[in-house]
Design a protein around this ligand. Structure first.
Ligand SMILES: [Mg+2]
Length: 202
């Protein structure tokens, strides 16, 4: 049976909170940083302040910036290690175009089996189901790694367990509301927790 790790991107592989918030401000959003974090309590595209024209403008400003982002060395090393034991995937609300340029520039594009972003679907529930079907992934052999409450809730609807990181968009208290399997504070803690989770299931 394939053992799969599905990663969210923003706030997990790269902390893009400040970058995203600044762009939103530039586009005239009145939200404070704390209010902006609330956008991610559910699926971002279902938020009442998010509409197609704004999304288009956001990515027009964001995508060029993504080309300059450099991955943290310790995250890159961990990903390389995880790839030896698991199939790695990304499910994100960001654009695949932006994600793929980031992965390529940081030389990690080959370690992910598939990257599903906005171009595939707005709903992560849909993308989980699609990915599981296509790659024959089982709920008990898959884990989702994310930094937001909204993501935990979407994974829950599909029955995928989540390990959350609290160094991204949402803090521990907010993440706990979604009752993730575990919350860690450093990317390097993931390997151990994923191993424990997978072994308890098989
Ligand atoms: Mg995220």
């Amino acid at each position: 049976m394939i053992k799969a790790i599905i990663f969210d991107f923003d706030g997990v592989i790269h902390n893009t909170l400040e970058l995203a918030y600044k762009i939103n401000k530039k586009l005239g959003a009145m939200a404070t940083l704390e209010e902006y974090k609330d956008f991610f309590n559910g699926n971002i595209y279902q938020h009442k302040q998010i509409f197609p024209e704004k999304v288009k403008k956001f990515f027009k400003l964001q995508n060029p910036k993504f080309k300059k982002l450099i991955i943290k060395q310790n995250i890159k090393e961990e990903l390389y290690k995880l790839e030896q034991d698991y199939d790695l995937f990304i499910i994100s609300s960001n654009m695949e175009a932006a994600l793929n340029s980031y992965l390529k520039n940081n030389k990690i594009e080959h370690i992910f089996k598939e990257v599903l972003g906005l171009e595939s679907h707005k709903s992560k529930v849909y993308k989980f189901r699609w990915l599981m079907k296509k790659h024959g992934l089982g709920k008990n052999n898959s884990v989702f790694i994310t930094d937001t409450l909204g993501d935990i809730l979407e994974a829950k609807r599909v029955g995928i367990k989540t390990i959350a990181v609290d160094y991204g968009f949402h803090d521990r208290a907010r993440l706990e509301r979604g009752r993730p399997h575990k919350i860690v504070s450093d990317f390097r803690e993931l390997a151990v927790e994923i191993k424990i989770l997978m072994e308890s299931e098989s």
